[in-house]
Write a protein that binds this ligand. Structure first.
Ligand code: TYD
Length: 223
């Protein structure tokens, strides 16, 4: 639970205003979000906190079905359809899983959220930042994270990590270098626009150093 009882969601009068802590991890593919989310979960759980660790797309049963379409459909998915699918996943996920956990005072650690839509669909697919952001805010009744950890890494270095994993690329991962360069630039610009919400970390640093920086910020928010 946050020290400050004021809801951090916008609009503040939205249903089930949050009282827990909402932490999201963002960044390109292969930057190490999952590792950092797991380390944070372990630390908070050891400290006796109740943690819900989740992700988008695919944090619910409905979301798993949507994830399969957006990531594994063979062939084209129109950019606006793709944006709506991510927003649909998000709407269901926030209403049925995230808001209830936050209203119970729990810590939600989430791999990707609306900033991914703005970066991938807004900048990557060139749909436009404001439209895509507004769509997500409509879908979630305005819920914003308390803190968003942006793991920033040169797309070429991230790609080398994915290659080393030896897993087949999904639809988004398979996009060309300039797509991922636009995604990275958009994430950084989002972080510039909201410096209080974002913690930007150089993802080429060792995992334990990154984890310590994340813990420090979360600790401050938990009071
Ligand atoms: P992710 O779950 O991080 O992939 P993986 O588990 O395979 O590492 O994300 C899946 C992909 O979906 C990723 O390439 C980014 C993309 N994505 C969007 O394009 N828009 C969105 O709103 C979200 C949440 C993800």
């Amino acid at each position: 639970m946050t020290a400050d009882p004021a809801p951090r969601s916008a609009p503040a009068e939205g249903p089930q205003a949050a009282t827990g802590l909402f932490v999201t991890f963002e960044g390109g593919d292969g930057v190490g979000k999952t590792t950092q989310a797991a380390l944070l979960e372990e630390w908070l759980t050891d400290a006796g906190r109740t943690v819900v660790r989740t992700r988008e797309p695919g944090g619910t049963e409905v979301g798993v079905l949507i994830r399969d379409i957006v990531l594994h459909h063979r062939g084209e998915v129109a950019p606006r359809a793709e944006a709506l699918l991510y927003a649909a996943d998000r709407a269901h996920h926030i209403e049925t899983l995230v808001r209830p956990a936050l209203s119970r005072g729990e810590v939600v650690i989430q791999d990707r959220y609306l900033d991914s839509s703005v970066a991938y669909q807004g900048a990557g697919r060139v749909l436009g930042r404001d439209e895509v952001r507004d769509l997500s805010l409509w879908a979630t009744e305005g819920l914003l994270p308390d803190v968003t950890v942006l793991l920033d890494l040169d797309p070429a270095a991230a790609r080398a990590r994915l290659d080393a994993d030896d897993k087949p690329f999904d639809r988004l991962e398979a996009e060309k270098e300039h797509f991922h360069a636009r995604v990275r630039a958009e994430f950084l610009s989002l972080a510039d626009a909201e410096p209080d919400r974002f913690l930007v970390l150089d993802a080429s640093r060792p995992a334990d150093e990154l984890a310590a920086a994340v813990r420090e910020r979360v600790q401050t928010l938990l009071g």
